[in-house]
Write a protein that binds this ligand. Structure first.
Ligand code: ZN
Ligand code: ZN
Length: 363
């Protein structure tokens, strides 16, 4: 209810009478609904009229709605977006907002046809209002994210007890994912990355049949989903004694990651946070080996606002969980990435992924 009220105030400020929310994640954020099909109509705040949001889903979820979303009106119809657009126009609403970044061209055409049938009605493109609301998490969301990150940390420490040369990347990824489920995760937050030896030069390598051998660096990027919230963490470990270049690379990435973490503060420009870490890597001559952004928000999605990269605009806000994940990737040789999830706070950020960032040497 509090989230919908904040949205309703934003709609009123934009002179939009109601917003047709078609992003399922946004519907979930605004109502608590967890099914696979729904759209939502949220009226703008009006003096003396709190308005009631209308959720439209299909028969499969009628009973679930009675439990999960007792404080919104529920409509059973398909397609939901069309039914809600008809409802909005019929209700005398004249300016209907829609999520332009989410609708397909075909869906937009269908909705536009409904609105065009009512001469007084107008379809209005709005920005990513709900995504903007989602950037700053409330305490309940942060509790779920903290729990998700704790599962990842625990799974990592349990994995280290059994990690040994001879295991394949796929086996390592499977061990991590099984352990996260055992520890209470709904599922992995995304497909686990386990990249050994030269495969570490591929930032999003898909784990294969390569066995771990002494002399490998092994990069593990993984996280748990818990209560709908996505944890994200990367650690790189050495299998057997690391060579000098591997240790140097590790220390470089660790220094860059620290610089990025220390740059997290309310009001910090996103591009400046990226720069804080990237400049460390560039100064060592590896700028061209760090070709992705520094980090991203996490929450109901594994990648969400704010994105932290060289071209990002905007600033950080307190209460916003983000990742800091610089990497250096040397084609044919291997790579290092170190990633934490942290919450931006007044003062120092809160570290949610607490696994050690010392270079661990296995075997
Ligand atoms: Zn990650
Ligand atoms: Zn990430």
């Amino acid at each position: 209810m509090a989230r919908r009220e904040r949205l309703a105030a934003m709609l009123a400020a934009q002179q939009v009478d109601a917003l047709l929310v078609t992003s399922l994640v946004n519907v979930s954020y605004l109502t608590g609904f967890t099914g696979s099909n729904a759209a939502l109509l949220v009226p703008a705040a009006a003096p003396g009229d709190p308005g009631t949001a209308v959720l439209c889903t299909d028969f499969r979820y009628a009973e679930q709605c009675a439990q999960q979303t007792p404080d919104v009106e529920v409509l059973i119809a398909r397609p939901g977006a069309i039914a809600l657009a008809e409802r909005a126009v019929r209700g005398g609403r004249v300016r209907l907002g829609f999520e332009a970044h989410h609708l397909t061209v075909a869906e937009h055409g269908d909705i536009a046809a409904v609105v065009a049938a009512e001469p007084a009605a107008e379809l209005v493109r709005v920005g990513q209002l709900v995504e903007d609301l989602r950037r700053v998490k409330d305490p309940g969301e942060l509790d779920l994210l903290r729990a998700a990150c704790a599962i990842g940390d625990r799974a990592m420490s349990d994995l280290l007890a059994v990690l040994r040369p001879g295991l394949t990347e796929r086996e390592v990824a499977r061990l991590l994912e099984d352990r996260m489920r055992d520890l209470g995760a709904q599922a992995p937050a995304f497909d686990t990355i386990a990249a050994a030896g030269p495969n570490g030069a591929l930032p999003h390598h898909s784990p294969g049949e390569r066995p771990l051998v002494a002399g490998d660096l092994l990069t593990l990027d993984f996280g748990a989903r818990y209560g709908g919230y996505h944890a994200d963490m990367t650690r790189t470990v050495a299998v057997g004694a690391p060579a000098g270049w591997q240790r140097d690379l590790y220390e470089l990435v660790r220094d860059a990651q620290r610089a990025g973490r220390h740059a997290l503060a309310p009001g910090a420009r996103l591009a400046d946070v990226d720069r804080a870490a990237r400049s460390v890597i560039e100064a060592a001559g590896h700028g061209k080996h760090f070709g992705h952004g520094l980090g991203h928000g996490v929450g109901l999605e594994i990648h969400e606002a704010p994105m932290i990269g060289p071209g990002s605009t905007g600033t950080l806000e307190a209460g916003s969980p983000v990742t800091v994940e610089p990497g250096v990737y040397l084609p044919g040789r291997g790579g290092v990435r170190i990633e934490d999830t942290l919450v931006v706070r007044d003062g120092r950020p809160e570290l949610l992924t607490t696994s050690s960032k010392e270079l661990l040497v296995l075997g």
